[in-house]
Design a binder for this molecule. Structure first.
Ligand SMILES: Nc1ncnc2c1ncn2[C@@H]1O[C@H](COP(=O)(O)OP(=O)(O)OP(=O)(O)O)[C@@H](O)[C@H]1O
Length: 351
């Protein structure tokens, strides 16, 4: 029998048809989403799709024109009223960290603990300073900290009031790539250890796929697709979702007997009528050049080593555009060489 209590209590945050308009811009257009307790949710999408607007409404620093926000099943924004941001137990971490320049690390953290008694605030501050390894930085001012250290202080300040939900707007985008990966992993591990529900905004597809239990792809104020990262990557619901997470080779063609016919082979196209036009989406890593004559003949247009990956463009006589191939194998082919190319059909998409 289904455990209803469990189901209800697991649903930490719910958005029901959230809309928000700014003048002529429909920033959010009926966004509905259920977030499980302790989940890490990544809101992802191109600039202007409404990610920050949604975060601001969840935080309570902005109001929806339509729809409701529920926390543990209780309406906190909507027709029934508005719970103030400070009464939501929701932490917010901004992209620029928004540390107070005139306060040192300790005082920045204490600032968020004004509602707690002085002694308890001090204890919590010391605890979070210890937990995040900030002891030696405790008396420094923000301008005396590196980007990574500032990020950590901002995290400490947001965590000190022990929020149940942490909202983070592009929290790692000011860090260089190497540092970003380490700090992201560390931050998410800590939040998961604390059992905090995380809603994080990013416009980086890789960050979303690697960091989120649930990835929510937005466009034009709407959710295009949501689910586990692997699901969005492997089974995108539309061309937009497919291309957001992978740069595909695209071959336009006609369908026949449930297959899209291309010079590279035929691919299952269920639901397409005979003669219907379709586009076959082929991932660069699903193409393989073979020296044994297996596949379709091609000519190498260029070939470059990018770190561990070899990237090549090849021309196939019957295709207008060259195809891009990415592989961890070394082909040792050069521009102008002739080879053969084959496709692993499992990951090919037809739209
Ligand atoms: N206060 C505002 N007044 C007017 N327009 C706004 C306001 N806030 C957001 N918008 C508009 O609403 C749309 C969504 O903005 P939002 O900041 O939510 O997008 P975003 O996905 O977070 O973008 P980015 O990745 O660039 O931060 C944009 O067209 C933006 O210009």
């Amino acid at each position: 029998m289904m455990n209803t209590r469990q189901t209800i209590s697991d649903r930490h945050l719910e958005l029901e048809g959230i809309s928000r308009r700014f003048g002529n811009v429909q920033a959010l257009d009926g966004v509905s989403l259920a977030v499980e307790r302790g989940a890490v949710v990544c809101l992802v999408g191109h600039s202007g799709c409404g990610k920050s607007s949604l975060l601001r409404i969840i935080a309570g620093i902005d109001w929806p024109d339509g729809g409701r926000v529920l926390l543990d099943g209780r309406e906190i924004s909507g027709p029934a009223g508005h719970v103030e941001p400070e009464d939501r137990n929701i932490g917010f971490m901004f992209q620029d960290y928004a540390l107070f320049p005139h306060l040192n690390v300790t005082d920045n953290i204490l600032f968020g603990l004004k509602r707690v008694g002085r002694r308890a605030a001090r204890e919590r501050c010391d605890e979070i300073i210890g937990r995040l390894g900030l002891n030696r930085l405790a008396t420094r001012f923000p301008h005396m900290l590196s980007g990574g250290e500032q990020q950590r202080v901002a995290l400490a300040r947001a965590l000190a009031p022990q929020p149940e939900i942490m909202l983070m707007d592009e929290p790692f985008s000011n860090l260089d790539r190497e540092l970003r990966n380490d700090i992201r992993t560390e931050t998410i591990e800590l939040l998961q250890e604390l059992g905090t529900t995380v809603i994080m905004v990013t416009h980086d597809p890789e960050e979303a796929l690697s960091a989120g239990d649930m990835v929510v792809l937005m466009r034009g104020g709407r959710i295009i697709q949501s689910g586990a990262g692997a699901e969005l990557y492997e089974r995108p619901s539309c061309p937009y979702a497919a291309e957001f997470f992978c740069s595909f080779n695209k071959v336009r063609t006609a369908c026949r007997s449930g297959y899209a016919e291309t010079p590279l082979g035929r691919f299952a196209a269920p639901g397409f009528a005979d003669g219907a036009q379709a586009t076959v989406y082929i991932r660069p890593q699903c193409l393989r050049v073979n020296g044994d004559g297996h596949g379709v003949e091609c000519t190498v247009v260029d070939c470059a080593l990018i770190g561990e990956i070899e990237q090549m463009h090849i021309a196939v006589a019957a295709l207008a555009e060259p195809l891009r191939i990415r592989s961890t194998d070394r082909s040792r082919l050069r521009k102008g060489d002739t080879a053969h190319v084959s496709v692993s059909p499992e990951q090919v998409l037809v739209f």
